[in-house]
Design a protein around this ligand. Structure first.
Ligand code: NIG
Ligand code: FE
Length: 408
C-alpha cells in the first residue's frame, strides 16, 4: 500500500482532546473536545496513521496529497442502518407528506418485497446505498436485518449484510412476522429459538423495536436476554413514536445503545446519563415521518449522556444515506452545536458500536479519513445539502467496511 502524506490540512478533527497542539483562543470548549489541530499533516503508512505533525514537516513518503487548507475528519461511523430490503415506499412517503401519519405496519410492505427479491438484487441495492454513504464521508456502517421475519429470510439478510460489514445486527424482532399477526408470543418464541439459532452466528448485535404494534417491554427483555446468551451485543429501537419503556429496558439491560430517543421523560434522560447506554439520535427518521418533535439532543448532552448520530437508512422512515444531512438536522432541530454533532457522528457512533479503533484520528489507528471541501467542520451544518465530503483513503465502496480491527 505504501506511505502517503496528507499535507496542508487547515483543520484536523482528531476527537483526541489530548492531541490539541495549542489551546488557541479560537478553539471553543466543545471544539476542544474534537481535538482540533490546525495547519497539520498526517502520514499514513500501510493503511494506518503513522505520524501527525505540522504542515510541511513530514518526512519523505511515496505520495503526497495537498488538501490546500481544507478540514479533515475521521470518517463518519453510521451505527444504525437497514440496508437489506427490496422495493421502496415512495407512495407511502408521498402520502405522509400530504398529511397521513406514519405507522409501524408499513414495515410489512417491505417484508413482502424483500422476501420476493433474490440475493443478487438485495446485495446490489445495499451496495448502491453503501456507495452513497461512502461518497458522503462514512467509513464504518452497521447493517440490520429485519425485513425478512422468517428464519430463511432473516438469515439470508444477515449473510448479505455480512458481505458488506462486520457490524451486522439481527433484527428479527422488528415487528411480528405476517404469519404471526395474532400470535406475538409464538413469534417471540421463533425469534429466540430457531431464528436465533440461524442468525446468531451471522450477527454481532441483536436489536428489538419496542413500540405499540411491535414489541412490549417483557418481550424485549426475553429477546435481548436470549441474544446476550448467544454472545450478541444489545441494541434497542426505543421511544421513537411515543413515550414508552424502550429506553428503560435498554439501560437496565446494559445495551450499547438506545436508538431514536425522540420521546423521552426526565427519568429516561437520567437513565441514559447514568448508564453506559449511548443515546443514538436518527433525526432523518423524525424528518421523514414528519414527527411533530425532534429528539432533544441538548437535554441529553447537558445531562451527561453520550450521544451518537446515525442515518437509520431504510425505505420507510429515513431513506437517506447522508451523515452530513443528519448533522445539519441535529444542529438545527436537536439543539446540538456543530462540534457536538460532528463528535456524535464520529466518536459517538464508535461508542454505540463499542469500537475504539474508528471515529478518531491518532497514531497507530487504521486510517479512515474524510476531507471536506471546506475549511471547518462547522460547514457540515452551515452549508446544508452541499456535497462537501470526499473520502480519503477509505476502502473502495464495494469493499467490506466496519471490519473489526481492534489492534490499534
Ligand atoms: O428505525 N422503527 C423501526 N424501524 C425503522 C422503520 C422501518 C420501516 O418503517 O420500514 C426505523 O425507523
Ligand atoms: Fe431503525
Amino acid at each position: 500500500m505504501g506511505s502517503v502524506c496528507i499535507d496542508r490540512i487547515g483543520e484536523l478533527v482528531t476527537n483526541d482532546p489530548g492531541g490539541t497542539d495549542r489551546p488557541a483562543e479560537d478553539v471553543t470548549d466543545d471544539a476542544h473536545r474534537l481535538g482540533i489541530r490546525r495547519d497539520t499533516a498526517v502520514v499514513v503508512d500501510d493503511g494506518r496513521i503513522a505520524w501527525i505533525g505540522r504542515a510541511g514537516e513530514a518526512g519523505p513518503t511515496d505520495e503526497r496529497i495537498d488538501v490546500e487548507g481544507c478540514a479533515v475528519l475521521p470518517a463518519f461511523v453510521d451505527s444504525h442502518s437497514h440496508l437489506i430490503f427490496g422495493g421502496d415506499r415512495t407512495a407511502e412517503f408521498d402520502a405522509r407528506m400530504r398529511g397521513e401519519r406514519y405507522a409501524a405496519g408499513g414495515i410489512r410492505t417491505t417484508v413482502a418485497a424483500t422476501r420476493a427479491a433474490d440475493d443478487a438484487t438485495l446485495l446490489a441495492n445495499a451496495t448502491h446505498l453503501l456507495r452513497e454513504m461512502r461518497r458522503q464521508g462514512t467509513g464504518t456502517v452497521e447493517i440490520k436485518s429485519g425485513y425478512g421475519l422468517s428464519v430463511h429470510d432473516e438469515a439470508r439478510s444477515l449473510t448479505i449484510a455480512g458481505r458488506l460489514t462486520d457490524e451486522t445486527t439481527y433484527l428479527g424482532a422488528h415487528v411480528p412476522g405476517p404469519e404471526f399477526a395474532d400470535d406475538v408470543d409464538g413469534y417471540v418464541a421463533l425469534v429466540t429459538g430457531a431464528m436465533l439459532d440461524a442468525c446468531a452466528p451471522l450477527a454481532r448485535w441483536i436489536d428489538v423495536f419496542v413500540e405499540q404494534g411491535a414489541f412490549g417491554a417483557d418481550a424485549a427483555r426475553t429477546i435481548l436476554t436470549a441474544g446476550r446468551a448467544r454472545g450478541l451485543g444489545l441494541k434497542v429501537h426505543a421511544n421513537q413514536l411515543r413515550p414508552g419503556p424502550g429506553v428503560q429496558v435498554a439501560c437496565e439491560m446494559g445495551a450499547a445503545s438506545a436508538d431514536h430517543c425522540t420521546h423521552l421523560s426526565e427519568a429516561d434522560v437520567a437513565a441514559l446519563a447514568d448508564s453506559g447506554t449511548v443515546a443514538t439520535l436518527v433525526p432523518g427518521a423524525d424528518f421523514s415521518t414528519r414527527s411533530p418533535v425532534y429528539p432533544d439532543g441538548r437535554r441529553l448532552v447537558d445531562a451527561g449522556a453520550t450521544v451518537a448520530l446515525a442515518t437509520d437508512c431504510n425505505p420507510g422512515t429515513s431513506f437517506t444515506t447522508s451523515m452530513p444531512f443528519c448533522i445539519a438536522l441535529a444542529v438545527r432541530e436537536c439543539g446540538l452545536s456543530p462540534a457536538e454533532a460532528v463528535w456524535a457522528a464520529t466518536a459517538g457512533g464508535a461508542a454505540a458500536l463499542r469500537r475504539d479503533d474508528v471515529g478518531r484520528i491518532a497514531v497507530g489507528l487504521p486510517a479512515a479519513l474524510t476531507v471536506l471541501d471546506a475549511p471547518s467542520h462547522v460547514h457540515l451544518a452551515y452549508r446544508p445539502g452541499v456535497p462537501l465530503t470526499r473520502p480519503l483513503l477509505a476502502p473502495r465502496p464495494d469493499q467490506a467496511v466496519g471490519a473489526s480491527d481492534h489492534s490499534g
